[in-house]
Design a protein around this ligand. Structure first.
Ligand SMILES: [Zn+2]
Length: 429
């Protein structure tokens, strides 16, 4: 059966074409944007065409943050001026139309911030915390560094800083800034924050050695009122246990400066491809399988919460959930958040997945969108773990585009996801 799934996807696969349409015909899909609404209709139509038993939209209120124009930064230093490549962080307030000009103070860590707290008033704080190159699994480096983006702005505001510049969370050798959400501490003043590319970050750091640098920042981010969004859901009804649900999904929203190809167009088309392959092979699952394109993962997770809240309210039985939200690269494994006994069982299937690239299933994990299902209903959750070396070259940056996704690697991800869903459906956990 797994060989048949693989052949179907490798010969007749539609994931790559679907990714093309999602990224090139629709584009970046920030929550509240017309593109996200367009993507919902696109996903709905494709799942109907594939022939899911039931397809529907699950409404949820989503935040509506807008970038409000092109973000600008210029360094003014002793011997001249230099434009810096920056992107406002998601959920950041703007600088106002006049912008902010202030001296920059570099900090290398939160400890460094605390030691310099008396000097931060009316400054722009530059968090130059390096993405740790010694972690082989780059998601560990991300987990380590992302706190500077998430809580760095408020921690600097606490000591009177006017704005924040954060070194991008990437190993990339280019200069693209990488955006992503910040979270304001509502007890502190909100200050604007931007991400800066690595070359400019290194240049700024070098300039600041014993010299004064002022930066002019101008950004226009703001929140409009919450708006209506939808999870897009397709379903294959179970033949033996229709009230026991397996969920597979990715998130439909993405950051605005790019096309959201790896994050998370790949997860969206993986999800639809598993549905397509099952239908093409005439597979009739024992359990009900839900194919979910989640709304608003990036700056709110409202779609994931809505899905889990409704599941709980309706007393649904969710036996397993699988997400793809780590890129469209060659699959290497799955991360699994369940009991040790369940982990042992899924690990016993590795020899069946091995020919298609998966060689490990590690403890802990599961995607962001299915996290609430695990919290609400204790559903075991799993995430596809593709090779991570290139993921943060593109993550939340303007080069997360269709051209940077490889067709074969994308298809292999869908094969392994379909195989795992098949195994859980057939043998249970
Ligand atoms: Zn994502």
């Amino acid at each position: 059966m797994i060989r048949r799934i693989a052949d179907e996807i490798l010969i007749n696969g539609k994931a790559y074409d679907n990714l093309h349409d999602l990224t090139k015909k629709i584009g970046g899909r920030l929550s509240g944007s017309p593109q996200l609404a367009k993507a919902e209709q696109w996903g709905l139509k494709i799942m109907q065409e594939i022939g899911a038993d039931r397809v529907w939209l699950q409404e949820c209120m989503i935040p509506h943050w807008i970038r409000g124009g092109v973000d600008k930064a210029e360094a003014r230093y002793i011997s001249g001026k230099k434009l810096l490549d920056v992107l406002a962080l998601g959920n950041s307030i703007g600088t106002g139309s006049k912008g902010i000009t202030a001296a920059v103070i570099e900090v290398k860590s939160f400890d460094d911030l605390e030691s310099k707290k008396a000097e931060l008033k009316d400054k722009i704080v530059f968090y130059n915390y390096k993405f740790n190159p010694t972690f082989i699994r780059t998601f560990q480096a991300y987990g380590d560094a992302v706190q500077y983006r998430g809580s760095g702005p408020s921690r600097a505001a606490k000591y009177g800083a006017l704005a924040v510049i954060v070194r991008s969370m990437t190993h990339s050798t280019d200069n693209n800034p990488h955006t992503g959400s910040l979270r304001y501490d509502t007890t502190l003043p909100k200050i604007p924050a931007v991400a800066i590319g690595l070359k400019d970050a290194d240049w700024l750091s070098a300039q600041l050695e014993n010299k004064k640098v002022e930066v002019f920042l101008k950004t226009g981010g703001k929140f409009l009122p919450d708006t209506i969004g939808h999870n897009v859901i397709g379903e294959l009804t179970g033949t033996e246990f229709p009230d026991q649900i397996i969920t597979i999904g990715g998130h439909l929203d993405s950051w605005d400066p790019a096309e959201g190809a790896h994050d998370d167009g790949a997860g969206v088309v993986h999800t639809m491809e598993v549905l397509r392959a099952f239908k093409a092979l005439g597979y009739k699952p024992k359990h009900t399988i839900r194919f979910v394109l989640f709304s608003n993962e990036e700056n709110g997770l409202r779609g994931g919460h809505k899905y889990a809240d409704e599941a709980k309210a309706k007393n649904e039985k969710h036996i397993f959930a699988l997400e793809s939200d780590a890129g469209g690269f060659s699959p290497r494994g799955f991360s699994f958040g369940g009991t040790p006994e369940q982990l042992k069982k899924v690990q016993s299937w590795i020899p069946l997945l091995y020919p298609y690239g998966v060689y490990e299933i590690t403890a802990g994990g599961g995607g962001a969108d299915i996290g609430p299902l695990n919290e609400n209903l204790k559903t075991p959750v799993t995430e596809l773990a593709p090779d991570s070396q290139r993921y943060f070259d593109y993550h939340h940056a303007r080069n997360d585009v269709f051209e940077n996704v490889n067709k074969r690697e994308l298809e292999l991800g869908a094969i392994n996801m379909a195989a795992l869903i098949y195994l859980v459906d057939k043998y249970g956990l």
